[in-house]
Structure formats: structure tokens, C-alpha cells
Design a protein around this ligand. Sequence first.
Ligand code: NAP
Length: 305
Amino acid sequence: MDALPIRAEPRPLGRSSLHAFPLAYGSWRFAGSSLREARAKIDAALEIGVNLFDHADIYGGDGAAEELFGKVLAEAPNLRSRMLVATKGGIVPGVPYDSSAAHVREAFEASLRRLRVDTIDLYQIHRPDLLAHPGEVADVFVRLRDAGTLREVGVSNYTPSQFEALQRFLPFPIATHQPELSCWALAPLRDGLLDQCLRLHVTPLAWSPLAGGLLGLGVAEARGRAGGERLVALLGILDALAAREGVGRAAIALAFLLAHPAGVIPILGTQRVARIRESTDALRVHLSRADWYAVLEASQGAPHP
Ligand SMILES: NC(=O)c1ccc[n+]([C@@H]2O[C@H](COP(=O)([O-])OP(=O)(O)OC[C@H]3O[C@@H](n4cnc5c(N)ncnc54)[C@H](OP(=O)(O)O)[C@@H]3O)[C@@H](O)[C@H]2O)c1
């Protein structure tokens, strides 16, 4: 069987000089644990080679996840040099989105303070604000880069044309595109987003790579969810491949993403140290083209045209 290539080495983030391990760690669910638990998760991620840590100002509500991460860094400042710190801004509960220059600048500065870092390696607009002119967003990014507090920029939940519009106003390339992407959430394979990443050398960061936990469900529970029969069929294929490869189901779901030629970096969301460690199994999985398409077809519930 010819296995699809899964590269385990760090790769450049877009066309930037930053390099990231093929798995990242996300802090959406990170707030609420003790400092000791938080440190254990960060240590486990670093031990397996993860260096990109993905935050957002709203994670945990009111910056709580960034704050907890910042406390860990304050306690162990030597960890900072082993990390790329990524965060996002632009969601304002009740508005719901604001990417005006004033808001982005204020959100960026607040993230810097909570994370207790001097620079943010990757700053992303969390969701597109339809009322923000891309030229205004680009202008703030340029100013923050000139000030030396921001290294690279990215976008999240942008359509390919929204990406193109922002890129048009920036004098440097956008490094990352962060869509929802998993073997259950396949839109970026079809809407041109991954093609755009390939064409422009942009790194896709996949949010909820295990479909927010749906891919961890038992069969009975999965059947009760929306699209239940399709989900059960998908879990069946993932389990069969996992048994063949001697890994857990999550490793196959992550490998499905890692095998795509765009160089997708799945953002891990588990809060369990053992699962963080196990996720490297994804880097040693052998998936054939036929395996990959079988997963795709089970997910879409129809043969691939
Ligand atoms: N840009 C955006 O709009 C956006 C939106 C959502 C998320 N994100 C980013 O993506 C990151 C990951 O998202 P996510 O947390 O939804 O990721 P995910 O990996 O799809 O889902 C994590 C959930 O799955 C469970 N899980 C993980 N491994 C499992 C396994 N082997 N078996 C069973 N259950 C398992 C976890 O439970 P345990 O903790 O118990 O393992 C957790 O509840 C976030 O932290 C954030 O950085 C971005």
C-alpha cells in the first residue's frame, strides 16, 4: 500500500520565517483549570513537539484562557522561547464582530498584557466583520508590525474572497487561514479555501479537528446527533482504520487532515494530558488514497463525484 505522505517535521507558517510543528494546541477549553493543570497541558504539548499555541481574547470569557496561559509564562518565562503565541480578536459579544482599527488595536494590546508577552507571533481576525474595510484592517496590522509587537497575521472563518480582499491591501503575505475543518466538517475542501492555501502558500490551521468532540462519541450517542447515520458510518471507518494501524480513532481523524497536500495543522482541543501525548500517533499512521477517500465518502454519505 502506498501511504500518503504525512510530514512530522516543523513547516513554515505560510511564507513567513516562523516554523510550526504539524500539530498545534488550542486554548478554547483551557480556562477553568488550576495553574498546575494548565502547566501540565502546556508541558505535554511542548514535549510532543507542539510549539504553536492558539488563543483568542474571548476564550474562557473575558480573556480568562489568555490570562491563565500568561500566569504559566510568568511562572516559567523560559517556556516562551519554545513557543509561537497565536491569538485572535474581533469578536465582541452582543455586536457581534468589530474589526475597526480602534477595536483591533485595543484587543491586540489587551491580549499582549494578558498573555504577558512582548510580541504576538501570529495575530488573527477571529471572524470577518462585514462592516470593516479590509484596507482599515490591513493598516492596523502594518502599524502593529512596524511597532515590533506583531510578527505575522492570519484570518479565521474568512471566505477565500474575504481573504483575497484583505491580502490586496497588505504589503506582506497573510500567513494562515483558520477554518473549521475535520473529516466531519469538509467545507474547506470544497469552497476553494484549501486551494487558495495551496496557490498562495498559506498555512491552514484546522479548528475543531475532532469536530468539537463528535468524533469521540460512542455509536449510540452519535446516532442521536444531527446526521447521525452518516456520523455512525464515519466512526465505523475511522475505527476500522484505527484497529488496522494500532492507534486510537482520533489519530486517524487527525491523519486525514495531515495527509492533505496543503500542509494542514490541526489545532488540538483536548484538556487531557494523555490525549495530548497520544495525538502524535497521527504522525505515524499509514493512510492510502483509498482509505482517505473512504473516510471522505462516509462523511458526505455519498460517493465522491
Ligand atoms: N477560530 C475559531 O472560530 C475556532 C472555533 C473553535 C475552536 N477553535 C480552535 O480550535 C481548537 C480546538 O477546538 P476543539 O476544542 O473544538 O477541538 P476538537 O479536538 O475538535 O474537540 C475537543 C473536544 O473533543 C474531545 N476529545 C478530544 N480527543 C478525544 C478523544 N480521543 N476521544 C474522545 N473525545 C476527545 C475533548 O474532550 P477532552 O478534553 O475530555 O479530551 C474536547 O471536548 C480550540 O482550542 C481553538 O484554538 C477556533
